[in-house]
Design a protein around this ligand. Structure first.
Ligand code: ZN
Length: 656
């Protein structure tokens, strides 16, 4: 636990309480062992004159949707303090009404909603209030004697509060507990199984009290409960089984999901523990994680489909056990899995979601192992978890679910991805929500797509070993493969058949034909487990309408088209579609340098501008146009078409 307070940085904030609040909030947010993905919140109380010239007390509290690590002043929402305090005098208040009243008390009602823990911040009289879900504190209290341990470790200057639901119930409970409390005698509040609050008159002191309490918990764990994780390396991942698992989970989910296998030392060790099957079922690190990872994971055995079916049944039974008939059941698909001998798997409809789950597990598994050494992992009860998972505020969110993008949860591999049509394809599939593997010979591909939903590979498509590694790594990261856009190609120097050099002829066949066959073969085992699997082959206008001097190119592309047709015949029974695009005169690609463009235009006696639109429709065809059609070909609109060849050339009288 490192104290990150830097006097020089703090000085920049001057005496502005909101700036200081932002500063120490970010210090907390930097450490994922304190707050993880939106967990935790902070506030500061100020006084300000309103438009009528009256002085008002305000609580600036973290707004929902803001993360402490990246908090800005705009993320601290000013709410009238007196209105919040008045709400605490109510006997009961639904959380929906609480949120409504909180919004009504905001200075700017169009801002983000104040945290649901705003009332608790309001009732603590100190100027600065910090709240985290620190791993060490939660771990310590997620044990059978958690309350006693907390008392011993934190001492008398901390109020201990048994778990209750966050929101109004928690704030009201602490309100009642502290009616006669002398707040000067407290440094903090520990919420068992949930997290902790610290508070003080200055930002620095509140932050340092937070660190000091967490340090106490960490020191205790260090001394009493240090799980030993052997430095083992997981075996080669079973990728076909991962793809099968992803399909089974997608089936239950009713839409494609991504599956991310984590096989780091802790995940691998945990997956092999005989007792993992029991420990993992007892609940998450802090109750609010239930929204992301459900109360328990899928336990994989010999048959993934049977395990998924069993999980689904168990989840539905859990819902029935606690529902009073007024709730809408959530999708019963698992959010993560324990895979003995492999590691843990996170499922999500986006890469971001799988990463968030992976991050949560990276904190949860060590906490489970630690608590086991302190008498057993014992988070809140199933009923408490259910109440949070089915919280009215969470149920309300279900009703606003927007229609997902067409390729969300689907996995696409694009070759020739660093420039031109390939690059445009990557962008077009990303825009439709896909996770994409972008492969190119040019290492520039790495810099072009530096984002988590793209896996970039610099590899030569004529090197089958590199292709195999790329395909396998794609599956390991995303859980499978649904769409192959086999696009990489070269345009050899123009040469008449009579003088065609053997080497450029061979090179064209290698890159434009054989490499596509090799890649298709490598992808097929995974496409078979894919969701609406499709292959898009980049052909050329030269197939239906060849030109003189381009035999090496045209012959390879014609062979490629024939490969696609045969593949369409062979793979139809397995539901894998194979279609071909025949673009022509796409000039914003690497094949077309300004010199080549000018030379070709001159050859036809045209200006460059006229040459670019030299087609029936008199339109210029761009990489983005071709990419859009590639996405459409792989998508729903073409779901009943295979073996088709679609020109995208502005209309060509030789093709028509
Ligand atoms: Zn909390």
């Amino acid at each position: 636990m490192q104290n990150l307070w830097n006097p020089a940085e703090a000085l920049v904030c001057g005496n502005d309480p909101v700036k200081l609040r932002v500063y120490t909030s970010r210090l907390l947010g930097q450490d994922p062992s304190l707050v993880l993905h939106g967990g935790g919140n902070t506030s500061v109380k100020t006084e300000a004159k309103n438009l009528f010239g009256e002085t008002e007390s305000l609580l600036h509290i973290k707004g929902s949707g803001w993360d402490l690590a990246t908090l800005e002043p705009a993320g601290l929402v000013p709410v009238r303090l007196e209105a919040l305090k008045k709400m605490l005098t109510l006997e009961t208040l639904s959380d929906t009404d609480m949120v409504r009243l909180q919004r009504a008390a905001m200075l700017d009602p169009t801002g983000p909603a104040p945290s649901v823990e705003a009332l608790l911040h309001a009732l603590i009289p100190a100027t600065y209030v910090d709240h985290t879900h620190a791993d060490a504190v939660v771990t310590l209290t997620n044990t059978p004697s958690g309350e006693k341990l907390a008392r011993d470790v934190f001492g008398p200057r901390v109020l201990l509060v048994p778990y209750v639901m966050p929101g109004f119930v928690l704030a009201k409970k602490i309100y009642e507990l502290t009616q006669t409390q002398d707040w000067k005698l407290l440094d903090g509040i520990v919420l068992l199984n949930h997290g902790l609050f610290t508070f003080a008159e200055t930002a620095q002191e509140s932050y340092e009290r937070m660190l000091s309490l967490i340090a106490k918990a960490e020191a205790y764990l260090q001394q009493k409960a240090q799980p030993v994780i052997p430095a083992q390396t997981a075996p080669e991942p079973k990728l076909l089984e991962l793809a099968a698992l992803r399909r089974a989970v997608s089936q239950v989910k009713g839409r494609p999901v991504l599956a991310r296998l984590d096989a780091n030392a802790t995940a691998y060790y945990f997956s092999n523990l005989p007792q993992a099957a029991q420990i993992s079922q007892r609940g998450p690190l802090t109750p609010d994680h239930v929204i992301r990872i459900k109360p328990a994971p899928l336990l994989l055995g010999e048959n993934p489909a049977a395990a998924v079916a069993e999980f689904t049944e168990n989840y539905q039974a859990y819902f029935k056990r606690h529902d009073r008939g007024n709730l809408q059941a959530l999708n019963p698909a698992p959010c993560w899995a324990v895979w003995p001998g492999q590691g843990v798997v996170s499922f999500g409809v986006t890469v971001k979601e799988t990463q968030i789950i992976g991050d949560i597990l990276a904190h949860t598994l060590p906490a489970m192992l630690t608590a086991e050494l302190l008498g057993g992992w014992r988070p809140v009860s199933e009923k408490d978890l259910f109440e949070l998972e089915y919280w009215e505020l969470e149920q309300a969110k279900l009703k606003t679910n927007a229609r997902p993008a067409e390729f969300q949860g689907r996995i696409v591999l694009v070759t020739g991805a660093a420039s031109g049509i390939g690059r445009a394809c990557v962008e077009a599939f990303l825009a439709q929500g896909a996770a994409v593997a972008a492969l190119d010979l040019d290492p520039a591909v790495h810099a072009q797509f530096n984002r988590p939903d793209v896996f970039t590979v610099a590899a030569d498509v004529t090197d089958s070993k590199s292709l195999q590694t790329a395909v396998e790594e794609t599956v390991r990261r995303f859980g499978g493969l649904d769409v192959l856009v086999s696009n990489a190609g070269i345009f050899p120097p123009s040469a008449a058949v009579a003088v065609q050099p053997a080497d450029t002829w061979q090179k064209s066949l290698d890159v434009n034909l054989t490499a596509h066959q090799t890649l298709l073969q490598l992808c097929l085992p995974y496409l078979r487990w894919g969701k609406q699997p499709a292959v898009v082959i980049m052909g050329s206008k030269n197939v239906p309408a060849p030109g003189p001097g381009a035999a090496a190119y045209s012959v390879a592309k014609a062979g490629l088209t024939q490969l696609a047709r045969v593949a369409a015949l062979e793979l139809a029974a397995e539901g894998i579609r194979v279609n071909v695009l025949h673009p022509n005169a796409v000039f914003d690609t690497k094949l077309w340098t300004p010199e080549v463009l000018e030379a070709r235009a001159r050859h036809y006696g045209l200006s460059v501008a006229a040459y670019k639109t030299n087609n029936l429709l008199r339109v210029e065809v761009t990489s983005a146009d071709v990419a859009r059609l590639a996405v459409t070909l792989a998508g729903q609109a073409f779901s009943k078409t295979t073996g088709a060849q679609v020109p995208i050339d502005g209309g060509n009288d030789r093709v028509i």
